[in-house]
Design a protein around this ligand. Structure first.
Ligand code: NAD
Length: 262
């Protein structure tokens, strides 16, 4: 417990269950005194409400980021419940299961590609624009990404392309909003055991390989990811913007796996 977020209000998206990265981040923010609203996918109330209540979050709204009317309603609720905000956490991604396996070239459809881009990248631009309007005193926005944006990772496919767009969007948004005192950053987390990972063919392999290929030879921890979020969202991160911070036990710095060293 501490008071790094004392007096700060903001929004956390993407809590689906207790394994969600958004949940790890929200718990840490609450422990540091933040006041929050949760935006969750319609139909998830029964799962999300008890989690929210357990850390004192009273403001909840459903949102489907592909639907403008739903976004309008969700942000109206945020404004009603919180007034102005200081931070926003985007922790949302989706791609069709059929496209998260095998050949990227053969399996990627126009519909699937656009859907992954819409939910996983455009929604961040849309959320950031709307959140910035509620940040008259400056603020901090983060999104969640993965190294499949920078390198070709088996099965990650369309999602890797969407994550590249998400990271580029982070830089452009940081440039636009910098003069308003609003920082925009991305956290590139190593593979973690969540619902989203289960949707990727060979997700378990991603975990095992991530661990084996990491510099630290261990899994990425929720504490580490949430700690990075806390740094970026609190005043500790005050001069950092447009950055993609890797929190992956050193996975992204490695060249060739240890198997080939002997
Ligand atoms: P998760 O399934 O718990 O979270 C994904 C969230 O996206 C869910 O809460 C879901 O409800 C929400 N969502 C999906 N479509 C939506 C829509 N149309 N409108 C509103 N919300 C929608 O899984 P997670 O692993 O916590 O994923 C959170 C973020 O972290 C994602 O951006 C993911 O790509 C990223 N990430 C995950 C890993 C990993 O290994 N798990 C690694 C790096 C980055």
């Amino acid at each position: 417990k501490g008071d790094l977020m004392k007096g700060k209000k903001g929004v956390v998206t993407g809590v689906a269950n207790h394994q969600s990265i958004a949940w790890g981040i929200a718990s840490q923010l609450a422990a540091q005194g933040a006041e929050m609203s949760f935006l969750h996918l319609p139909g998830m109330e029964r799962r999300v409400q008890p989690l929210a209540e357990s850390i004192g979050v009273k403001s909840l709204a459903a949102v489907d980021v592909t639907d403008d009317a739903s976004m309008d309603a969700a942000f109206a609720t945020i404004e009603k419940d919180l007034g102005t905000i200081d931070f926003f956490v985007h922790s949302i991604a989706f791609a069709n299961k059929d496209e998260l396996k095998g050949s990227f070239v053969d399996n990627t459809t126009r519909e699937g590609f656009l859907r992954a881009m819409d939910i996983s990248a455009f929604s961040f631009v849309d959320c950031t624009r709307r959140a910035a309007k509620l940040m008259p005193n400056g603020g901090s926005v983060i999104c969640m990404t993965y190294m499949g944006s920078e390198r070709a990772i088996p099965n990650y496919n369309t999602m890797g392309v969407a994550k590249a767009a998400l990271e580029a969007s982070t830089r452009y948004a940081a440039r636009d909003l910098g003069p308003k005192g609003i920082r925009v950053n991305a956290i590139s987390a190593g593979a973690m055991r969540t619902l989203s990972l289960a949707g990727i063919s060979g997700g378990r392999g991603m975990l095992a390989q991530g661990r084996a290929m990491s510099a630290m030879k261990e899994d990425t921890s929720m504490e580490g990811v949430a700690g990075c979020a806390l740094w970026l969202l609190s005043d500790l991160g005050r001069s950092t913007t447009g950055e993609v911070v890797h929190v992956d036990a050193g996975f992204h710095i490695m060249g060739i796996g240890d198997d080939s060293e002997g």
